[in-house]
Design a protein around this ligand. Structure first.
Ligand SMILES: NC(=O)c1ccc[n+]([C@@H]2O[C@H](COP(=O)([O-])OP(=O)(O)OC[C@H]3O[C@@H](n4cnc5c(N)ncnc54)[C@H](O)[C@@H]3O)[C@@H](O)[C@H]2O)c1
Length: 253
């Protein structure tokens, strides 16, 4: 049993959403879910062909989804996208900082360059998203932000030092942003996925964290998208500065 496309509520009508890393994987699933719930959705990524294809497929379903190029490490790209969304809507209601990369190397063999690249995409990218979009979020309609962490944020994982540090950093960024922007009415929460079937781990040897996952499988991306939709909806109106763990029981061990 997983999340189905039947009986999806319509909680996000009229809201304007931006999802980074939306060309494929969880980001594309978030776009499908948020747009199905009524949002106008921008997906932004460096994978332009995939992004245009994903947006086209969702548009073919009658959904309001637009692709925009964005390297989350580029301040210029963030400013260009802020100007584009500002010109079209004058505000942003939902920001999902989902873009991320994985790199697996033991600390003793890690390079500074690889470390910096992972931190730059996974953590600095989310900081830049918040920093750049805050003026539009402050004008937003019930604004909400979701930062994608990982079970390797609250836990350690051998070989994943840079990734785990970036995802732990996302939790600190989330809590601090929730405190700083509560007076503006902007809610900020973290999504903490366990193993999810996406291109990110498609080439991973073995089954990743499945053996340590009590439910014995990876998540379908739609199961994470349902959690994001809850966090940005009015159903989570009093939820900020916290973490929603969606991991099939991994953290309960
Ligand atoms: N798949 C898992 O098991 C899992 C588990 C926990 C957390 N996560 C996190 O979930 C998020 C989504 O990952 P996914 O599983 O959908 O993987 P994915 O590789 O399918 O998607 C990640 C997306 O981020 C984009 N991206 C990478 N660098 C970028 C950059 N500089 N600028 C803009 N976009 C960029 C990629 O092009 C890709 O479209 C990531 O933050 C990942 O760390 C994944």
């Amino acid at each position: 049993m997983t999340v189905t496309t039947e009986n999806i509520p319509h909680r996000l009508a009229g809201r304007v959403a931006l999802i980074t890393g939306g060309s494929r994987g969880q980001g594309a699933a978030h776009a499908l879910r948020l747009a199905t719930e009524g949002a106008t959705v921008y997906i932004a990524d460096i994978l332009d062909d995939d992004g245009h294809r994903t947006a086209g497929e969702l548009q073919a379903k009658g959904l309001d989804v637009t692709y925009a190029h964005l390297d989350v490490t580029s301040t210029n790209d963030w400013e260009d996208l802020r100007n584009k969304i500002s010109a079209a809507h004058q505000r942003l209601d939902i920001l999902v900082n989902n873009a991320g990369i994985v790199h697996v190397t033991p600390i003793a063999e890690e390079t500074l360059q690889a470390w910096n690249t992972v931190l730059s995409v996974n953590l600095t990218g989310a900081f830049l998203g918040l920093h750049t979009m805050i003026p539009l979020l402050r004008k937003g309609n019930r604004p909400a932000v979701v930062n994608t962490s990982s079970i390797f944020g609250p836990s350690g994982a051998v070989g994943y030092a840079a990734y785990a540090a970036s995802k732990a950093g996302m939790l600190g960024l989330t809590r601090t942003a929730a405190l700083e922007f509560a007076d503006d009415g902007i809610r900020v929460n973290a999504l903490v996925p366990g193993g999810v079937s996406t291109p990110l781990n498609a080439h991973e040897p073995g089954t990743g964290v499945v053996p340590e996952t009590p439910m014995g499988r990876r998540a379908d991306p739609a199961e994470l998208a349902a959690a994001v939709a809850y966090l940005v909806s009015d159903d989570a109106a009093f939820v900020t500065g916290t973490e929603l763990v969606v991991d099939g029981g991994f953290r309960a061990r």
